[in-house]
Design a protein around this ligand. Sequence first.
Ligand code: SF4
Length: 348
Amino acid sequence: MLSQTKPLAQAPPLDDPEAFQTALLNWFRNEGKSYPWRDTTDPYAIVVSELMLQQTQIATVLGRDYYGRWMLQFPDVATLAAASEDSVLKAWEGLGYYRRARNLQKLAQVVSTEHGGEFPDTLEGVLALPGVGPYTAGAVLSFAYNKPTPLVDGNVYRVFARLFDSHEVVDSTAGQKQMWAWAEALVSPKHARLYNSALMELGQTICRQKHAECEACPVRAFCQTRSPEALPKKTPRRKTVFQDEHVLFQVSNDQLLLTQEQGNRRQGLWKLPPRPEDQLEKLPLIYKAKYSITHHRVTLHVYESHELSVEDCEWQLLRDVQELAMPSPYRKAVDQLLQDRQAFQLKS
Ligand code: SF4
């Protein structure tokens, strides 16, 4: 997809690509936002930010200082490679999609063991790292090494679809091929670092999904669409699936009964154990909350239980529960229920 020799699906319909790059770069030099990962050329710091931002908003990553705390705890590849999986998952708690944290650690281990701790600086080398696809490879090579490597994310394909008035479905194979071809043809040969950041920021701040601020747009003179809000065309979203989870809250001798997730998505994370299917006893419902994960809308029901025997569970001391990595909906439930329990004990 990123090969420099591959023929373009279709050259970008721009008379003067250099003038387009200059307009974009000038705007970004004056208006570009400062983020911690933009003030560094350390490929490890860049890859951390890219993986964090894959499915999480910048405001969350910065607002709750996930990035800063991660970089303090795991400042380099060697530290992350040697860390325990529990500490890695705990540091990722709240960001969701925990596979990203595991991939990041695997990547650090491969860079440590197979590259002597030095990040590769070729497309083939970076793409061979665990969890790295064309987007992350483009980010590492352009942001860390200023190599003219294209990258396409949701912001970039929105800008391109509007700029070139493309009605191709952007997440189709043909649409993706087209977007990457345009990105490859247009990336600035000398200023790839700034150019790629500028293109993404244009999509984040000016050419936004619901409202394109065309009057303020630095590349308005090059833009071919008359109806920005109708673009890009995308495959319709998957239907929402509603589901329920029924779990137990069982405390005994200052210990809480927990189970460790085996499923792929949250493997290794701790959660409240499921209510046994054959549990006929009417248990009191003590907590209920809704959360979303991809296209699923889940209602979490927590029941208080005493002395129920549940398979594949472990007792964890209450004082240690904060140290265990838990999916956010479970963390909120456990914190709330433990607080309620403490308040009740103080009163009685
Ligand atoms: S002119 Fe409007 S639609 Fe075109 S790229 Fe700029 S903000 Fe987007």
